[in-house]
Design a protein around this ligand. Structure first.
Ligand SMILES: Nc1ncnc2c1ncn2[C@@H]1O[C@H](COP(=O)(O)OP(=O)(O)OP(=O)(O)O)[C@@H](O)[C@H]1O
Ligand SMILES: [Mg+2]
Length: 233
C-alpha cells in the first residue's frame, strides 16, 4: 500500500484549548487514517471532542502535539467541510451561498447556479433558493451547508453533525445525498453524529469519549488496526 493511499494521516494528534488551570484537552493523542472510499462515523456525546477532531483533520486547528498530514491530497480544496455551526454568508441568498465555492474557482455564474439548484434539490432544499440565511431555520441552514459541499468534488468530505438538527426522515435524506456523492466521486466520507441510526449507515464507527477515540467497529469485519483507526491508547 503506497503512502498516497492515505488521504489524511492523524498520528497521536492532541488538541488543547487554553493554558494552565483553564486548559481543556479536547482531543487526546488520536490516531486515525482516512483512505479513499472510507465511510467513517465518529460517535460521541456532546463535548467529547468530535468537532475538535474534525477540525484537526481539516487543518483548521494545529495539533498541540502529534501530527496531522495529508499525504494523498493536493491541497485544502480536496477537503469538503460541512461545519456544525452557522457557516452561511448572511448577505448571500441560499443559491448564492451554495454556488459560492464554484464561483470562487471560476465556474460561470449560470452554471454555478444550476449546480447549486441541483445540489439543493438533493437535500430537499430547492424551494429555499431565493431566501437569505436569516429567513431559514437551523436545520435548513444545515442542509444548505451540505448542498454547498455537494456542488464540489472533494476527495474527502468531513461533515460535522450534518443531521444533528434534522428530523429522522430529513436526516436520512441528507445522509443519502452525502453517501451518493461520495460513491459517485470516490471521496472518503467522515461524519460526526450523536445518532446511532446515522452511524449504523457508515461502514466504520469509532467512538469518542472525553477527547479519546475509544473503540471502533466495522461492517467489513476488518481487524487491521492500521486500516482506518490507529490504536488510540
Ligand atoms: N474554542 C474553544 N475554546 C475552548 N474550549 C473549547 C473550544 N472548542 C471546544 N472546546 C472544548 O473542547 C471540548 C470538545 O469540544 P467539541 O466541540 O470538540 O465537542 P463535540 O463532541 O463536537 O460536542 P457537540 O456534540 O456538542 O458538538 C469541550 O469541552 C469544549 O468545551
Ligand atoms: Mg461538535
Amino acid at each position: 500500500m503506497s503512502p498516497a493511499d492515505v488521504l489524511i494521516d492523524c498520528q497521536e494528534a492532541a488538541l488543547t484549548f487554553g493554558r494552565g488551570p483553564n486548559a481543556v484537552v479536547a482531543v487526546h493523542g488520536a490516531g486515525l487514517r482516512i483512505r479513499a472510499g472510507d465511510r467513517l462515523a465518529i460517535v460521541g456525546p456532546s463535548g467529547s471532542g468530535k468537532s475538535s477532531l474534525l477540525h484537526l483533520l481539516a487543518g483548521l486547528e494545529q495539533p498541540t502535539s502529534g501530527t496531522v498530514t495529508w499525504p494523498g491530497l493536493a491541497g485544502p480544496w480536496d477537503i469538503g467541510l460541512v461545519f456544525q455551526g452557522d457557516s452561511l454568508i448572511p448577505a448571500l441568498d441560499v443559491a448564492e451561498n451554495t454556488a459560492l465555492p464554484l464561483v470562487l474557482t471560476g465556474t460561470p455564474d449560470d452554471r454555478a447556479r444550476e449546480a447549486a439548484l441541483a445540489a439543493l434539490a438533493l437535500v430537499g432544499a430547492a424551494d429555499l433558493a431565493d431566501r437569505l440565511p436569516e429567513e431559514i431555520s437551523g436545520g435548513q441552514a444545515q442542509r444548505v451547508a451540505c448542498a454547498r459541499v455537494l456542488t464540489q468534488t472533494p476527495r474527502v468530505i468531513l461533515a460535522d453533525e450534518p443531521t444533528g438538527r434534522l428530523d429522522h426522515a430529513t436526516g436520512g435524506r441528507v445522509l443519502d445525498a452525502l453517501l451518493t456523492a461520495a460513491a459517485e466521486t470516490g471521496a472518503a466520507l467522515v461524519v460526526t453524529t450523536h445518532d446511532p441510526a446515522i452511524a449504523a449507515r457508515l461502514t466504520v464507527r469509532c467512538t469518542m469519549r472525553d477527547g479519546r477515540l475509544t473503540s471502533k467497529d466495522t461492517d467489513r469485519g476488518d481487524t487491521d488496526p492500521a486500516h482506518s483507526l490507529g490504536d488510540p491508547s
